[in-house]
Design a protein around this ligand. Structure first.
Ligand code: TXA
Ligand code: MG
Length: 332
């Protein structure tokens, strides 16, 4: 631990540059979730990410670059369709899987010949990347399997004693991890993780893409593991539930305007449930931005059981429901 700098959480870039240049780990803000970053070109630095996060080494890391123009430094080839997508969405919540160049250590890709590249859309994060002579490997800054962090305090709560500095860029605006799309060998690109850019948005630009987000064994993107993003609180879906079971419960509605919320409101006093909402103003962007902090709040308030309502199955709602499905899978 280095005592050159007095605070562990701050908006100054200087400590971040200092520690990253010394091949140490620093938490960084992005528009999606906070990342646990280190020099992507140093195996020694990247190893420290796995240690801090308690993450299995078979799980590869996304490499964050300051500008899509840099991609050719790390990718052997860049398919035309990908350039078209990158032009449209970079910087933004999308990650591209492309054949890697040798300068990317095998540890970063867990031995795969493909590397995941992304240009984050966050001003402080981009200034940091611009001032570093190397790209940053970063997974989400949560202990493996737990909910991703969307504020500097979330990171501090769980990893504060394991890292030297947390660069505070405020609350993450998107709140869901990036969409991962592979351009491996097939002609049709394939979405491996739903995220901040929807499949529909991608298809508007490049036409039909495949989707493969439910692999279990040997997943090509372990965000695909069935149990992931899980709070300690037990999540139950608010579907075919006997109303009497809702007595004195906590209910996480999608929004105050959802049908089920409106139906139950007349019985609120009798049932005495506590109502929470993913979005107060009934927008999918707000629901996405709130999702992980709401799940964390349940744990920090000591709530052990909650009924939740699914998001509408469209647009970002699909990615929200994907995270909820994984969050409700049982932890052993
Ligand atoms: O929005 C995001 O993508 C955030 C921010 C910090 O950038 N990062 C993030 O990282 O969500 P992580 O590690 O929590 O999730 C990245 C997913 C993992 O499931 C990982 O297995 C997959 O991407 N991945 C990374 N590199 C890969 C590769 N070379 N091949 C296949 N999957 C890869
Ligand atoms: Mg993660």
């Amino acid at each position: 631990m280095d005592h050159l700098f007095s605070t562990k959480i701050g908006t100054e870039l200087e400590p971040a540059i200092h520690f990253l240049s010394a091949n140490e780990v620093v938490a960084i803000p992005t528009e999606t979730v906070y990342g646990l970053a280190a020099n992507a070109l140093s195996e020694n630095a990247v190893l420290k990410i796995f240690e801090a996060k308690n993450r299995p080494h078979f799980n590869p890391l996304i490499v964050h670059i300051k500008d899509w123009k840099e991609a050719s430094n790390y990718a052997e080839t860049i398919p035309t369709l990908l350039s078209t997508l990158a032009e449209k969405f970079c910087p933004g919540p999308i990650t591209f899987l492309v054949p890697k160049k040798d300068c990317i250590p095998d540890l970063v890709t867990a031995g795969s010949p493909y590397v995941a590249l992304r240009v984050p859309n966050h001003p402080l994060c981009l200034s940091l990347l611009q001032q570093l002579p190397f790209p940053l490997a970063a997974p989400s800054a949560n202990p493996f399997g737990y909910v991703s962090p969307t504020s500097a305090n979330h990171v501090f709560d769980q990893l504060g004693n394991r890292i030297d500095y947390i660069l505070d860029g405020g609350n993450c605006i998107v709140g869901l991890e990036s969409t991962i799309i592979s351009f491996m060998d097939e002609e049709i690109p394939c979405i491996l993780r739903l995220g901040g850019i929807t499949k529909a948005e991608i298809e508007t630009i490049i036409g039909h893409v495949n989707e493969n987000i439910h692999q279990n064994s040997n997943p090509s993107a372990p965000g695909q593991l069935d149990q992931h993003y899980s709070p300690f609180c037990k999540l139950r879906e608010l579907k075919n539930v006997d109303v009497q079971n809702l007595r004195n419960s906590t209910i996480l509605f999608y929004s105050p305007e959802s049908n089920i919320c409106r139906q139950l409101i007349n019985q609120k006093e009798i049932l005495n449930y506590q109502a929470l909402y993913f979005t107060e103003n009934n927008t999918e962007t707000q629901a996405a931005a709130n999702l992980f902090s709401i799940l964390r709040d349940l744990d920090s308030k000591g709530i052990t059981d909650v009924y939740f309502e699914w998001a509408p199955n469209e647009g970002l709602g699909l990615a929200i429901n994907d995270r909820l499905t994984r969050a409700m899978a049982k932890r052993d």
